[in-house]
Design a protein around this ligand. Sequence first.
Ligand SMILES: Cc1cc2nc3c(=O)[nH]c(=O)nc-3n(C[C@H](O)[C@H](O)[C@H](O)COP(=O)(O)O)c2cc1C
Length: 186
Amino acid sequence: MKTLVTVTHPRQNSLTHAVMNRFVEGLKQNNHEVDLLDLHHDGFNPVYTVEDEEDWINPNKNYSPVVRKEMDRILAADTLVFVFPLWQYNVPAMLKGYLDKVWNMGLFGKFEEKKVLWICLAGGDQEHMTKYKRDETLSHYLNILLAGYARLKESRVELLCDTLSESKEHIESLLERAYQLGREYN
Ligand SMILES: Cc1cc2nc3c(=O)[nH]c(=O)nc-3n(C[C@H](O)[C@H](O)[C@H](O)COP(=O)(O)O)c2cc1C
């Protein structure tokens, strides 16, 4: 199985990157072929330009070479995984820009055999995330509004909470969870 893993964080020594690395380790143990896209490190430009917006509704439009390349990486993958921190109870702007540009009309109808997993790191603990249905709201947005609208076959959210904890055991448990997710992901 080929998995496109997209990580979003400006800092290479972030917990987000550590989680992504452990997840990828698990995936490789699980015989996945991994294609890694690191949006910040790889210099992805998330700004939606006139060129991106023009004729956006036409699935046969001429996409820019960068967008075309990223669309092709999605088409070559069986499954998509996003690893990112929760910022303002949403995906970081960098990832939102990627989705605006790359999850476009040219891919609609071509997503249907693909699955997506959203691995989201939240500073808030489990109680904080449950209060006001913050966790459910986020899952609804990612699974139904984004992946459902794009008609992906399956979408699921894995929330790793309390990432600012000073407990080494807790942080290690999040990394172990990421590794097991990779080991079991099919
Ligand atoms: C700009 C910004 C916005 C944030 N917004 C939220 C938020 O809405 N909810 C939350 O629980 N944590 C929030 N946090 C905390 C991050 O989720 C936390 O820093 C991250 O999960 C820790 O992983 P990292 O070390 O890889 O950044 C925010 C952090 C930043 C920098």
